[in-house]
Design a protein around this ligand. Structure first.
Ligand code: HEC
Length: 267
């Protein structure tokens, strides 16, 4: 029985861990035919971001082109609008830089720079800069939220499974264990919700409709209400009726969805 519960936990966590990647990168790569192994190829999301979701100068130019075209997705048309610009003002057009595998938002990276074999690894000159306190602050901009969220997710899903098996087997010990997991999940929200809100402010994420961060916010708030309600209801009444089942299943789905949309913001 324990093994079955364990398998289910693993399966559910895999589901939560499966992240959808923002789809701009493949379009960018194929449009500019970015050479494999080049600086631009290795930079991946950071061709447009200074660490997602913060946009660098090239990302901002794309954002403006998107807004001008009233488009949600990066398409060849949108990219053609930024191709002739030189967003890092290093004298090379964005399109020329990307086609040669250089970074359109880094003035130090352009076709004239000779990339020695030693410099193709982690940039030696840049390494000291990225270790500076400003870039690696004691409390990062995401305020540990992406790490801490795993507590309520894992605790709730474990509590959920223990409840399912406990009700099914009429095992009160399992249901006791379930309660502590649900309670711990609810308690962890006291840290997770504030860090999430602070992270969104520090990263400058706008809570506007349709943005991934808004979806995450809505789903995560609903999941939080479900987690707290499950813990309280379980403690008070040890329910096993349809309404309680519905609450457990909907909350588990919301918790997974919140993890999924949150993951989209990070990965
Ligand atoms: C071609 C440039 C480009 C690439 C490559 C790119 N992004 Fe973005 N990204 C943008 C732009 C522009 C926006 C803003 C979109 C908007 O305003 O609708 C954005 C938005 C985002 C957001 C949402 C931020 C918010 O304010 O809601 C996240 C998260 C994000 N990107 C992560 C990534 C990740 C992770 C990758 C790599 C897999 C990636 N991006 C690759 C240009 C890019």
């Amino acid at each position: 029985m324990k093994r079955l519960a364990l398998c289910l936990v693993v399966l559910l966590s895999l589901g939560v861990g499966a992240q959808a990647e923002p789809k701009f990168l493949p379009v960018l790569k194929s449009y500019f035919n970015i050479p494999a192994g080049s600086e631009a190829d290795k930079a991946r999301c950071n061709v447009c971001h200074a660490g997602p979701p913060i946009r660098n100068s090239f990302g901002k130019a794309i954002e403006k082109a998107l807004a001008d075209a009233n488009a949600l997705d990066v398409t060849p048309e949108v990219l053609s609008k930024v191709e002739m610009l030189d967003t890092d003002s290093d004298g090379y057009k964005n399109g020329d830089e990307l086609k040669a595998g250089f970074l359109p938002a880094d003035p130090a990276s352009h076709p004239a720079t000779q990339v020695s074999p030693a410099a193709t690894g982690p940039k030696k000159s840049g390494a000291s800069a990225s270790n500076s306190p400003e870039e690696n602050p004691l409390i990062p901009n995401h305020t540990f939220h992406p790490a801490l969220v795993h507590f309520p997710i894992a605790l709730y899903l474990l509590g959920f499974l223990l409840e399912v098996v406990g009700i099914w087997k009429r095992d009160e010990k399992l249901r006791d264990a379930a309660f502590w997991n649900l309670l711990a999940a609810a308690a962890s929200l006291a840290v997770v919700i504030p860090t999430g809100l602070i992270a969104s402010f520090r990263l400058g994420l706008q809570l506007s409709l349709g943005k991934p961060v808004f979806t995450h916010f809505l789903v995560a708030s609903s999941a939080s209400i479900g987690i707290i309600a499950s813990a309280i209801w379980q403690k008070r009444a040890r329910p096993s009726g349809a309404g309680y089942w519905a609450l457990l299943f909907i909350t588990a789905a919301l918790v997974s969805a919140a993890g999924y949309f949150g993951g989209e913001l990070v990965y």
